[in-house]
Write a protein that binds this ligand. Sequence first.
Ligand code: RIB
Ligand code: CA
Length: 313
Amino acid sequence: MPPRKIIIDTDPGQDDAVAILLALGSPDELEVLGITAVAGNVPLALTQKNARIVCELADRTDIPVFAGCDAPLAHSLVTAEHVHGKTGLDGPQMDDPTMPLQETHGVDFIIETLRREAADNVTLVPMGPLTNIATAFQKAPDIVEKVREIVLMGGAYFEVGNITPAAEFNIYVDPEAAEIVFKSGVPLVVMPLDVTHKALVTAPRVDAFRKMGTRVGEMVAAWTDFFERFDKAKYGSKGAPLHDPCTVAYLLQPELFSGRTINVEIEVKSPLTRGMTVADWWYVTDRDANALFMGDVDADGFFNLLTERIARL
Ligand code: RIB
Ligand code: CA
């Protein structure tokens, strides 16, 4: 079977970086057509730079990296340096990338790729605010029906919020964009905090990266070591939750995850609950189901996959 064609839309972010590496370590299953950076964890100038750093780390400077939107649709940008550090990839010392940034805007790359490829050929894998995806859908409505699936990290139900009491960061930053994506009709697989908080990089798992004896393993260990501070302090968790790699792991081994196909709507009006993913987990409404919303993961299986693939790089 030929590898599945994907576009990764991202705001690196240590966990985004690990997700990109997981995809690049799985060339038999995934063909990364391109990486589009979006403003999120840190401003766009840094997320596009960080995406290129990750590609160079994986020795994949053939992957085209594009800069997308630098601000949400209707709000000023909220960033997360308190979690990811001022560079967005704090932890290890890193050199500036030398591979070029593509001239084309990330949104135009998404549009052009979907128009070029056959219908149901391309999967979008957003792991930051959904600004690029929503902007592409607004600018070129014809591409919506061509998308095979969107597998995204975002939202929360039982875990509620990590940036406000009600909302998860990716959805909070651009709730209007999330509303466009969740109402688009494209098949959605959602990795909310409910599942990503069960994918924790505990100390033994960090050691497994470090023991690889590779530059990639060393960087992943340093990133996850740094990245865990916020969640340990806030939740008392035993390690960093690897949010974004859950999207790529689902594409590789969907059986690692379980959830429900339910209706999920986005709060865009209330300042108090802006960005909340209102998930009808208990089927109390007659609203149409629009998302496979994940609730559980086989964490050991997830880390076995992640470790095996990262070790290949
Ligand atoms: O809330 C977690 C999400 O926000 C992850 O994608 C992380 O990288 C940040 O973008
Ligand atoms: Ca992210």
